[in-house]
Design a protein around this ligand. Sequence first.
Ligand code: ADP
Ligand code: F6P
Length: 478
Amino acid sequence: MVGRSSFLIVANRLPVDRVVEQDGTASWRRSPGGLVTAIAPVMQRRHGAWLGWPGAPDEELEPFEQDGMNLISIPLTAEEIELYYEGFSNATLWPLYHDVVAPPVFERSMWEAYRAVNERFARAAAAHAEQGAVVWVQDYQLQLVPAMLRELRPDLRIGFFLHIPFPPVELFWQLPWRRELVQGLLGADLVGFQLPGGAANFRRLCRRLLGVPYKGSEIFLEDRIVRTQAFPISVDFGELDEMVRRPEVVSRAKEIRMELGDPEHVLLGVDRLDYTKGIGQRLEAFGELLKDGRITPGEAVFVQIATPSRERVEEYRRLRDDIELQVGRINGETSEFGSQPIQYFHQSYPKDELAALYLAADVMVVTPLRDGMNLVAKEYVACHHDLNGALVLSEFAGAADELRQAFLVNPYDVEDLKRQMLAAMRATPHELARRMRTMRRRVATYDVDRWASEFLSSLESPSASEPAMSRSASWPSG
Ligand code: ADP
Ligand code: F6P
């Protein structure tokens, strides 16, 4: 049983998913996505508790400990999963915040469920937080929690971090519940974004929608100040760097290359199967390089890991069909006996297997149409102490702000994709080492611990201009 905590993480998901087999046996599996990758090591090094949904419907679980973390389960019914998680979170907010690359669904029943579930999270956080505790709320699924929690517990220090992009005012404006969402976020003392552009979009929106003024990074409510700032998220560089030096990982990487037929170039994509990731665009470009004869089937193999994700959401179902059809078509048109140029895997892997894959890959291809950060790009860099390996990276991934030495690409431009993939394959070892050295320095310096400690020290330090008065929410009438 976990008591009250002085430090709480509140996220849609727990870091592990409850998996119940057909015979009724249950086990835990690491949850997908970048949020868990980033927060789990932070949590393992600090005392506190993590509140989240265990990934299956109607799971009423007592607080428990797993991998050195105290976990508190928030149950969701099947209907809530459909309306709050698959619906408002992933059919409304996700596409809206990612440049509307798919049409967002606006449905009142989804919004009602989102509000109700956010309230459940806020109540649970209020019940588990010590007097004056620090509560760190995560991501777009829980944007109403900061204000709801402040209402219940004005003594808390509340931080919020958005892992995905924050859209320009013109796009956000479409949302029928835009005012409520912004008011929800303004319940926090500190709202963190991946990039300065996201923070600026949010401040502009606050002024236009609620009439609240801002100066620099501070938004002035009637009785308190909300700080907004960019904190680019990162990976556990030390863990990955150590992992890829282990003899068993090194030999697994060699084995992977042999299993692929020992081609000259191994290209790799690792993504949740999500329409924001630009998987179809990169495969199209690779297919054209083969058809144009600029690379030969035995010369290069493209390994695409497409992690199962949000499989009951319509857009994701359609995407899976499209990608699998495309892989079949390209392989059908370009394969030779005994070798398939695209190797496609719709599976999850343990961390060390993924590290071996990164190590085995000559070219990492990361081409999202829009992405808050993209940790895969940083993981690849962390795995190449050999200074070998090229990163082809979309200009529309947050990571492109830091990894300027990547082969930067516009994923909407198939010719550019082809050019940069070829350039990455043809670059000299000296050129690759020059680029990789600089990128590694950046990721090693700004690792996930630094990200978390910068966010938390900013959250815990009072703003220079913050008045010492009650911190309850209030809105200017204008
Ligand atoms: P997102 O948060 O949108 O999923 P990121 O690239 O930021 O995208 O993070 C994805 C995380 O999930 C990375 O840490 C990556 O290693 C992990 N991951 C992706 N695919 C797999 C997979 N098939 N098996 C295990 N982990 C995976
Ligand atoms: O930030 C991206 C994100 O949506 C996280 O919030 C989430 O943990 C991850 O991707 C995986 O998505 P899901 O929880 O919907 O499987």
